[in-house]
Structures are given as structure tokens and as C-alpha cells.
Write a protein that binds this ligand. Sequence first.
Ligand code: AMP
Length: 449
Amino acid sequence: MESFEELNINRQLLNALADLGFEKPTPIQEEAYPVGMSGQNIVGIAQTGTGKTLAYMLPILHQLKYSKDYKPRVIILVPTRELVVQVVEQIELFTKYMSTRVLGVYGGVNIKTQMGALTQGQDIVVGTPGRLYDLAVNRSLLLQDVKKLVIDEVDVMLDLGFRFQLNNIFELLPDKRQNIMFSATMTEDVEILINENFIKPEFIAIALSGTPLDNIYQSCYPVANFYTKVNLLGHLLQDKETYQKILIFIDSKKNADRLYEAMEPDFWNELLVIHSNKSQNNRMAAIERFNDNNARILIATDVIARGLDLDDITHVINFDTPKFPENYMHRIGRTGRAEKMGHSILFYTEGEEDWKKEIEKMMEYDIPQLEFPNEVKVSKQLTLDEQPRIIEKNPHKKKTHIAGPSFHDKKDKNKKDYNLGGGQKIKIKKAKKYKNPISRGQKPKGKEK
Ligand code: AMP
């Protein structure tokens, strides 16, 4: 699309966008606009920098009629106070030629001022879930006229533990409303939230534009289980000359801690771990040590790593295989920056193989496979998640269900493209054509073996 005019949005908006110097919609804006206008629920997978704020605001602002009513019609929930301020600022710019009333509310400041501002009447309220809920409970914020609910950065919000507040807010909102949700990463928690609250959402995703895939040597190893992955990782990381600055991605806080514990005996003085249960100070200190090259190895969860500014990563290690291909793209995009070749290594178990295939399908590229080194010990130890499950059919007859170490469920779930929201598939719009596949035999450079 060559200009915003093609979207048929109103003149006031067009003029405001022209003043901002925006020439044409970004891919996520183009994709989200018709769905937003249709009134359907939306789940957008996009990170900051893609123009996602305008993507959800354009259809909302185009449809928002002038009103004198004091009850807001649009609620936007974001995880942090900084983001409230940013989103309010952006909306004020977009509505420069409209008479739209926008208010930001967040905790840590006097609630009375915000209560006063609400009684004057607002069209759009942007807020963090805790404060917004408090205002709704004390009835300074009346939610019964809300037609649109936007939840931005849902992954971060859930990671910070806002699930409870979100559910509380849902309870107070009218059932008949449009839900628009944006998340940079897909996590199990996000998936649950969608399935529990969103009826038939339309999924929109944008492949990361400009991901320098050409700058990354990708490879993968088939590995039996968690503790064998630990052994393989330990084996690889002994080569300090090759593995100079390593970012290890892992799916959950629990597994991040488990991996840290397992690696600590051998790598204690060069190993760091960060996730959202660590204090802000602890996280900042870890990042500083890593960026100053005082520690070689950083373990991080997908959600926490998203906003980090990390330099010169030589290797990204995918300790697990992401269920959602976008997460893999985000992960490997952390290496191979600024003209430097990066390396990405993926560990996958039998149960994760289908997810690896999904990633390869999305990239149109088969990740070259490396042979599992003979000298690495295959562990028989299984994590609790990997252990065969006992299915109790009746209390007198216990039956052990063995389907490969615990992978049965995940594998079945993943047979479809994206098993979300009643079998909806995420539409992926490619912002960039990826590199052609190279043959499987072709080895990446470097000393991965
Ligand atoms: P966001 O992903 O919403 O954080 O937006 C990232 C940045 O892109 C913000 O500074 C926006 O003002 C800017 N932006 C959003 N849409 C466009 C557009 N269509 N053209 C140029 N810049 C844009």
C-alpha cells in the first residue's frame, strides 16, 4: 500500500499522520485495519517498532464519533506506567485535529487527580491494570459504555503477574465489545488468556522485518531430553574461543532456574540468569556484567529478553524449541547484528521436532543439522515434566501412560499450524523475503562440532 489515503480514513486523521511525516501504513497497520473495522476480535503478534500502536488506534479513531458523554468508550491496558505515557502521547498526536479526550492512569501517583479527570469525561482511557481496576471499583471510572478493549504487550503483562487484575477488569466490562490484543511473543499464558476470553479472534502476525537471517549461521542438534541438553551445552561452552558471548533462551522461569542450577557447578563465575521473578536491581546488574564482558553466558526467558539491549552476541542457543515460530525469529535476531555474522544453535527433542518443522516452514529454510557428539553423555535423568504420566482411570487401577518422555501432549497439540482460539490460523505477512534454503549437508562455518 502506497499511502494512508487508500485506507479511506477520515481527513482529520490523514492530516495528523501527514504532520507526523508518516507516508504509508506499515505492514501491521495495513493488515489490522480491515479487521479492526469489521469489529472482530483481534490478536496481533507484533513487537514495538512495527507501528502497532497506530495499527490498533487507526480503526478505533476512525470509528470514534464525537461525544459529550463522560463515560469512556475505549480502554487501553498496558503493562507499565512509561507505556501509558507513551501511548497517550501518540494518541494525542494522532487526534490533533479531532476533539478526542484521552487520559492516562497508573499507580504510584495520587489517585484523586485521576478521579477528578475522569469525572470531567473521557473518550479513551489508557492505564495499567491495577490502577484502572481501582478506579473502576471506586466508581470514578464507569465501564458500561466501553465498546473497545485493547490490551497491549500482553506477554509482558502476564509475565509481571497481572492475570488476576485483567480478569477482574473483564468482569466489569460489557460482554458486547471488541477485544484487540497485541503481544510480541506467544507464550502458554497468552494462549490461555486468548482461549478463555476471546471469541473467534482473527490472528495477525508480521514476520520480523529486516531480521538479518543472512547474517546468521543456523544449526540444530537432536537431543534426548533436558539433562542431555545440559550435557551438550556444557560440552560446547567449554570451547571459550568459539563461544565468546552466549545468550541462552528458554521457555519458562522454572526451566531457566533449573538450567542455571545444572550449569552452575562448571560455569559459576561466568553464568547469569534473568527472568521476571528476579528483582529489577538483580536484572540490571546481570545485564551490565554481560554487556561489560564480565560474564560469558546469559540465560533468559523469551519475554524478559525482548526489551534488552545486548551487544555482540556470538551465539544464541535455543535450549528448547519454541512452539511459536515467531519466538524463534526473535531469539535468533539477537545475534548477527551490525554486519557481524552470528550463530544460532537449536536443541530439539523428539517431542519438539514438529515445532522445528513449523519454524523451518516459516523461514522457508531447513536448519542444518549437526551430529550429536559421541563424547557427550546421554542422561537418563528426566525432569518432572518429562516423566511418564500416571493416568488414574479409577482409584483401584493405576495405569502408566508412556508416550515418549512426556511429549505426547505437546506433539498432538502442535499438529495444526497454530492451535489457537478454535483452530484459527495466524496469518503471517512477510515483511521480507528470506534467504533460499541451503542443502542440509552444508555446514555452517565456525566450530559447532
Ligand atoms: P510502535 O511499534 O507503535 O511502538 O511504533 C514505532 C514507531 O513508529 C513510533 O515512533 C511511531 O510513531 C512510528 N510509526 C508508526 N506508524 C508509522 C508509519 N506508518 N510510518 C512511519 N512511522 C510510523
